[in-house]
Design a protein around this ligand. Structure first.
Ligand code: DON
Length: 343
């Protein structure tokens, strides 16, 4: 089997081989499902079927590859923080956005309050709950939830994106952690809008229904520096796309971001609904759905699936043809280093 499925122009080559690779990866990923658990801290999410798994690979050049439960609807949850960030950067500009949030990984859980309880601190980055809430405070005076919904339908090329009322109501009843974060942000002057309105705005965005397919469309626009390849429509500046992709790589998987970057190497944002939005820059947008989560709140089978395809389909940012011979190569490298010391 050739190791290049994507050619130098980043076209998906040898479609049938690519499909074979994805099928094999799906089988391996399914084996992880029993080790995961669906989210239950939002009771409505606890009803999800943990066995579901789907993927859409949407290459900038070439046909989509869709497999498994790729058209099942689930709530975006934290994946929507990518949309919040795009809108914030486009409407308010970089300076105002980064006055409210930082651009560093937090090393803490997605709903952590710890780092906020230090004087003068702001949320570490926009992709954790505190960062998302801070951006919602920035956005609330600028636009309504209906505006966000319209933008999301357009950027996901999915007119079916709706507010999932049941999930929204369920989260509003159990969001005391987010409520605490939001009031803490108000006490620090980071949220200056009405806290309860801001919390409702944030929770509605998390409760928008997407599919792996719609996430792959959003991912393809980010991979194409902000432009929809099919229509030529620009959704954001290339500068915004670059900031978003960089933060997805460094902060998109919370306290698992570093490990994910080494093992998978594709900028990705997860959500507790089981969604993963991935961007292989200049190559493809990828949407994944698998509601069984690992302890960090990331889709357990989805992460494995991305790990399995990242090197074989050349989606890894730091593609290495030797990667799959990891152990063998390790010995060669060590020998190589020893030899150079001997000289
Ligand atoms: O705010 C929350 O806790 C949820 N609406 C979203 C959290 C989430 O998706 C974390 N992701 N992996």
């Amino acid at each position: 089997m050739p190791d290049t499925i994507i050619d130098k122009q980043y076209r998906l080559q040898e479609r049938s081989k690519a499909i074979e690779i994805v099928k094999k990866a799906m089988d391996l990923a399914r084996e992880q499902i029993p080790k995961g658990k669906v989210a239950t801290y939002i009771p409505e999410l606890g009803k999800a079927d943990p066995h579901q798994l789907g993927i859409v690979i949407n290459p900038l050049k070439g046909e989509k590859i869709c497999m498994g439960d790729y058209d099942v609807r689930f709530t975006m949850q934290s994946v929507c923080k990518v949309i919040m960030l795009i809108i914030s950067l486009e409407l308010c500009g970089r300076k105002r956005v980064f006055e409210k949030v930082g651009m560093e990984p937090s090393g803490e859980a997605f709903d952590s309050l710890v780092e906020l309880d230090v004087s003068n601190s702001k949320p570490y980055n926009p992709l954790i709950n505190s960062g998302g809430l801070a951006l919602c405070g920035l956005l609330l005076p600028e636009l309504s939830f209906q505006d966000v919904l319209r933008f999301t339908r357009n950027i996901c090329s999915d007119p079916g994106v709706e507010l999932n009322e049941a999930v929204y109501e369920s989260e509003m009843k159990t969001c005391s952690r987010n409520r605490s974060i939001a009031y803490l942000l108000e006490s620090k002057g980071i949220i200056t809008t009405d806290v309860e309105d801001t919390l409702r705005f944030y929770t509605k965005m998390c409760s928008m229904n997407a599919t792996a397919d719609s996430l792959s469309n959003l991912g393809a626009i980010l991979a194409n520096d902000g432009v929809c390849g099919d229509t030529g429509k620009r959704f954001m500046t290339s500068r915004t796309a670059r900031i978003v992709k960089t933060l997805m790589l460094t902060c998109g998987m919370y306290d698992g971001s570093g490990t994910f970057a080494i093992k998978v190497g594709i900028p990705t944002k997860s959500g507790v609904g089981g969604g993963l939005l991935s961007v292989s820059d200049k190559r493809a947008g990828i949407g994944v759905f698998g509601p069984a989560l690992d302890t960090q709140g990331n889709s357990i089978a989805g992460c494995k699936l991305l790990r399995e395809i990242s090197n074989d389909l050349r989606f890894n940012l730091f593609y290495d043809p030797e990667w799959n011979r990891e152990d063998e190569v390790e010995n060669e490298v060590i020998k190589g280093i020893r030899n150079s010391f001997v000289i």
